[in-house]
Design a protein around this ligand. Structure first.
Ligand code: PEP
Ligand code: MG
Length: 581
């Protein structure tokens, strides 16, 4: 595709808020085609040695990156690199490459390239979706080894220049975790949705991100100036001086606003009529705990544990106990809600055998996988209960759709408690068990569920997709994905009312809780606890401090009478515009 330096605006999906201005670095460039090159018989052993040395160097490089990630982001994210190391060490790949060098007198780069091409083909054909996704790991290894064999420098993400915007067709988690360093300012991907792995990680790292741009990685070249607008979901390529000026102003205002908010972080989240709202943090990695506390969180309302399961093997009980204990101790006596692993949908783990599904979000996901894989589920339950002795831990079940699942989960919890008791291992005896209300069936039966669980947590990300039949990760239908749709609001109201009647707490941990426009509505609907991305807490607290609960109630009641999501947004925008700044 011919490239001009003309200004272009690329549309995508807003995946992580904020604005980043920088030079592009294109990731996932094509693996270079290596021409046929024969070597003479006396060069063979030298070429073998060169190949083995290169594998060793690349392995060291990956281990170094793994170590850096471990220091900066913790052991569980570092586990993700195990898949690459495992592939690098694959005896079959080594054997085939060496055979080509020795028996066909192929140059090492050509021999490795031919071998990996076959491996790529095999990965493209496999039915297991997760393994197919690992293709990017194979390509990554291939690139790294070939660049080294060609005498080039590795362009690992941790060796990037300052103010870089990473642009990728697709970003494996192993790459995404390397983005959390000061030089990377933003992320753009062709594929993915707001809840794909890369987006989840980028959000937890606070990187402005736009995904689902379709062709950005082909339209942008390394070194191009780009602006990532993670609020609007657009990328400006070769911005004009005027656009740059306007965005630079926006970035400065953002920084100033963050400073102002940070100065006010210890103020209570209390409405004008003295009603306290509990603000909790959603976290994906333990390192976010500090960020949560710095932003004034009163605990963790949802720890998504999926990242622990994206490595090459399942996390052991001891590893989990260590990670959960770290979080619980850092926050004690504040509560920590640990969500049991929500694999499936777009969060695929290759440590679990699964078959391809036509509709993964309606398939083997969340609690369904856990109940069908008792060893995995019970290991996690045991680890949570053991960490619970150090503070206030609660368990949250994702993707529940019927009461039978809660009963089976409770039975597994009872079994685990009995096992720990018999083994004389200390654990938390009275661990609260809650469910995510993210499938409409649970909201509609909330009165029934409320008698058998200790709390509800509204997962509006999924509740919206399942209520409106709109995939949350598909850019094409993104406009139909509307958490302000009156049907979703009715389900929220139903859940809150059922919780109140039965006397159990109701919180909300979907992205809606972090949207300042939604906050008066949620408070008005009766929610007394919101769990959101740590970075969004100060902004949400400002809204809470500016409204009164009685006015919010009237506003919510009027919104419930409206007919469309657009009308609800308009009503809320009017109300928010009246809030004094
Ligand atoms: C939700 O569905 O709203 C939720 C919080 O869970 P997740 O985004 O992890 O699916
Ligand atoms: Mg969910």
């Amino acid at each position: 595709m011919e490239r001009t330096r003309q200004y272009r605006k690329l549309a995508g999906v807003a995946a992580a808020p904020g604005v980043a201005i920088g030079r592009a670095f294109i990731r996932n460039e094509e693996v270079p085609e290596i021409p046929k090159r024969k070597i003479s018989a006396h060069q063979v052993e030298g070429e073998v040695e060169r190949f083995l040395n290169t594998l060793h160097q690349v392995g060291e490089e990956i281990r170094r990156t793994q170590h850096l990630v471990e220091v900066e982001h913790g052991a569980e994210l570092a586990l993700i690199f195990e898949a690459q190391l495992f592939m690098l060490d694959d005896p079959e790949i080594k054997k085939q490459t060496l055979a080509l060098i020795r028996e066909h007198q192929c140059a090492a780069d050509r021999a490795f390239s031919v071998t990996l091409k076959q491996a790529r083909k095999m990965f493209e054909r496999v039915e297991n979706e997760y393994l197919r996704m690992r293709l990017s790991d194979v390509m990554d290894i291939e690139q790294q080894v070939l660049i080294r064999l060609a005498g080039g420098e590795l362009r690992a993400l941790h060796a990037l220049r300052a103010n870089t915007v990473v642009v990728a067709h697709d970003l494996p988690p192993s790459e995404a975790v390397q983005l959390g360093q000061r030089r990377v300012k933003g992320l753009v991907t062709d594929g993915g949705g707001a809840t794909s792995h890369a987006s989840i990680i980028a959000r937890s790292l606070g990187l402005p991100t736009v995904v689902g741009t379709e062709h950005a990685s082909r339209q942008i070249a390394s070194g191009d100036m780009v602006i990532v607008d993670g609020d609007q979901g657009v990328v400006h390529l070769h911005p004009t001086a005027q656009i740059l000026r306007s965005y630079r102003g926006q970035v400065q205002r953002q920084v100033q606003r963050q400073r102002d908010l940070s100065a006010r972080r210890s103020l209570p989240a209390r409405t004008r009529d003295e009603h306290e709202i509990e603000l909790l943090a959603n976290i994906d990695v333990p390192e976010e705990v500090q960020l949560a506390l710095d932003n004034g969180a009163r605990g963790v309302g949802m720890y998504r544990t999926e990242l622990l399961y994206l490595g090459y093997r399942l996390p052991s009980e001891e590893e989990q106990v260590e990670i959960y204990t770290r979080i619980v101790e850092a926050l004690a006596p504040l509560p920590v809600v640990i969500r049991t692993v929500d694999l499936g949908g777009d969060k695929l783990s290759h440590v679990i055998e699964s078959v391809p599904e036509a509709n993964p979000f309606l398939g083997w996901r969340g609690i369904r996988i856990c109940l069908d894989t008792p060893s995995l589920f019970k290991t996690q339950l045991r680890a949570v209960l053991r960490a619970g002795v150090k503070g206030e831990v609660q368990l949250l079940l994702p993707m529940v759709s019927s009461l039978g699942e809660v009963r089976r989960a409770r039975a597994a919890l009872d079994e685990v408690q009995e096992e720990l008791r018999l083994a004389g291992v200390p654990f938390k005896e009275s661990c609260k068990l809650g469910v995510m209300v993210e499938v409409p069936s649970v909201a509609l039966q909330a009165d029934i569920f409320a008698r058998e669980v200790d709390f509800f947590s509204l997962g509006t990300n999924d509740l919206t997709q399942y209520t409106l039949a709109v995939d949350r990760g598909t850019a094409k239908v993104a406009e139909l994905y509307d958490p302000f749709h009156p049907a979703v609001l009715r389900l929220i109201a139903l859940t809150v009312d059922s919780g109140r009647r039965q006397g159990i707490p109701v919180s909300i941990c979907g992205e809606l809780a972090g949207d300042p426009l939604a906050v008066p509505l949620l408070v008005g609907l009766g929610l007394e606890s919101l769990s959101l991305s740590p970075g969004l807490i100060p902004e949400v607290k400002e809204v809470i401090r500016a409204i009164s609960q009685s006015e919010a109630r009237e506003l919510a009641a009027s919104c419930l009478e409206l007919k469309t999501g657009t009308e609800v947004r308009q009503r809320l925008e009017e109300a928010v515009s009246r809030i004094p700044k």
